[in-house]
Design a protein around this ligand. Sequence first.
Ligand SMILES: [Zn+2]
Length: 333
Amino acid sequence: MVSFKELGLVNTREMFAKAIKGGYAIPAFNFNNMEQLQAIVKACAETKSPVILQVSKGARNYANQTLLRYMAQGAVEYAKELGWEKPQICLHLDHGDSFELCKSCVDFGFSSVMIDASSLPYEENIALTKKVVEYAHQYDVTVEAELGVLAGVEDEVSSAVSHYTKPEEVVDFATRTGCDSLAISIGTSHGAYKFTPEQCTRDPKTGKLVPPPLAFDVLDAIMEQLPGFPIVLHGSSSVPQEYVDMINQYGGKLPDAVGIPEEQLRKAAKSAVCKINIDSDSRLAFTAAVRKVFAEKPGEFDPRKYCGPARDLMEELYKHKIINVLGSNGKAE
Ligand SMILES: [Zn+2]
């Protein structure tokens, strides 16, 4: 048993309380490799933004859970080395799907876990979430739960259709489970293809797809039911057109990829939404930078020469999100 506190990590409790009061949101960035983690830590150290490092099932399969945890521990030390005296870094399990997995992360030094039982019937979701909360809270580890279903594909989480969270269920759910934050479904979606062209309209000037707006009426109704309760948005990449264009320009093929407009996320961040998950955007930045090097320098075979530019572009992306979308810069001085 290792406590996250020994590793210099923090849970989400204070982060979220401050974020709701301050009208901003904490970035939750997924990481799978060293370059991505370096980019996240550098961006957060430079902007003094609290951050949630997320480990998904796909990341655990790809990079190994043990290695990822030690990397997060290293991230705290790296942040200090970069001059961030009191780094506020949370290590979070993204989409935990069983009690055993959540327990193993709690025991291993994670400071926050998500139990996603949203695909189960309501009462079973409550029972499983409650069991995880009871275990995690013994060690001061915070728990995110989910009500409603997001469409899209992300690692091994996928659903063809979305079901908005029902505002009339949230008080009962939060009270009976004791969860610390709630991921809701209001029209965000996992992956780089969040909406089909049929769900969108087309901008007559540019011909680009315009996605349907988020259901702010559902968010408002949830906030009315649970005033001041931390709300989480998954699937909130914006799929920046510049990266999609860069990928397509250098031999890629991502037709009609579309995400959540940043103005809508900025609006959400000012409300009780205090954690916004961003994964696909950094995948796009990484891929765009690598493709550019490969296209321009076909003789290059040193991975540092293409992973380096990928790291730089991701860092730029993370800073942009922190400063212009989430508003979390300067909140972890
Ligand atoms: Zn998710």
